[in-house]
Design a protein around this ligand. Structure first.
Ligand SMILES: *[C@@H]1O[C@H](CO)[C@@H](O)[C@H](O)[C@H]1NC(C)=O
Ligand SMILES: *[C@@H]1O[C@H](CO)[C@@H](O)[C@H](O)[C@H]1NC(C)=O
Ligand SMILES: *[C@@H]1O[C@H](CO)[C@@H](O)[C@H](O)[C@H]1NC(C)=O
Length: 286
């Protein structure tokens, strides 16, 4: 009898817990939160409530970046997220602020492949002084050649030197949106991770990582996959693991502009999100 109970408990532990992976081979969720507004995270009707359980990292976007002035409701949201983590009620260890490099939106007096370094630094300063974020997610980093690599290295260094994260983090992610050139990995300093796929389910079917990517830790590759029907969720997560995406985000909404809100509860569907969290945790990448 006692053994039966022990075996049952062990069985539950094995099936209920995340797969035990060798270091660097477990996949994590990094969640964009575009268009989500602050609310009371312990209230089940708050979009952030669902996000408390699942992501390792969340990316904030107050208003296409840090916004125009300190917003107390965002300060409060960040405090709530950190308090929930301290209380053991959340998986979120890292909160990033979004900074638009915006090659696709520029062109006014500036070439698409140039970076407005002073403007980006000013946005980083705002995220740090107003919200004390754990790092920066650079949106729309030029993926076609190496012409912005040295400016982007300057910005990575700036984030590292000026972080006010209470846990001492200074994370940087570059949103390339597709496989970029290897030079971004070779600059000093280099970003921690790169969005090397951002698009819809149909495009992901033909996605192949660049061959140089094998040389680097899977933790550096992050795939964002949209328009994933609930019935395709399991196979997409499996494919992302086979592609060595150490960070992933899957949604049934679309990624092409204009974005939908990236809440975990589009239309209030927690089932989808919970299944995603489960699939990501259920097996190692290799
Ligand atoms: C947040 O929501 C919870 C659960 O609905 C509620 O108990 C709590 O009072 C709310 N807190 C605030 C500050 O509104
Ligand atoms: C990068 O591409 C742009 C636009 O095509 C081009 O003008 C620039 O010279 C290229 N830079 C390098 C370093 O190849
Ligand atoms: C929610 O998602 C589940 C599976 O992830 C799906 O079966 C269900 O139909 C969805 N419900 C709604 C209302 O979209």
């Amino acid at each position: 009898m006692a053994w039966k109970i022990i075996f049952t408990v062990l069985g539950l532990l094995v099936t209920g817990a995340a797969a035990r992976c060798s270091p660097g081979s477990s996949q994590k969720i990094t969640a964009p939160t575009l268009n989500l507004t602050p609310c009371n995270v312990t209230d089940p009707t708050c979009d952030w409530h669902g996000y408390l359980n699942g992501p390792d990292t969340v990316i904030l976007d107050v208003n296409v970046g840090p916004g125009r002035g300190l917003d107390p409701s965002w300060v409060d949201l960040i405090k709530q997220i950190r308090d929930q983590k301290k209380a053991g009620s959340s998986t979120i260890t890292t909160i990033l602020g979004g900074v638009g490099i915006g090659w696709a939106l520029q062109g006014l007096g500036r070439a698409f492949f140039e970076v407005d370094v002073p403007h980006a630094k000013a946005d980083i300063d705002k995220w740090n002084s107003w919200y004390k974020v754990d790092g920066i997610y650079f949106e729309q980093v030029w993926p076609f050649n190496c012409s912005t690599a040295s400016d982007m290295a300057t910005l990575v260094k700036y984030v590292r030197d000026h972080s006010k994260s209470p846990t001492g983090q200074r994370v940087t992610i570059f949103e390339l949106g597709q496989n970029g050139p290897e030079c971004y990995l070779k600059t000093t300093p280099s970003a921690d991770a790169f969005v090397t796929f951002q698009g819809e389910y149909s495009d992901y079917q033909s996605y192949v990582p660049a061959s140089y990517m094998k040389k680097y830790s899977a933790a550096r590759w992050y795939h964002q996959i949209g328009e994933v029907d609930p019935s395709k969720l399991t196979s997409v997560v499996r494919k992302s693991k086979a592609n060595r995406a150490g960070q992933v985000f899957v949604t049934d909404l679309h990624f092409t502009y204009p974005h939908d809100a990236f809440g975990p509860l589009p239309g209030g569907n927690t089932t989808y999100w919970q299944n995603e969290v489960k699939q990501v945790a259920s097996s190692c990448m290799y």
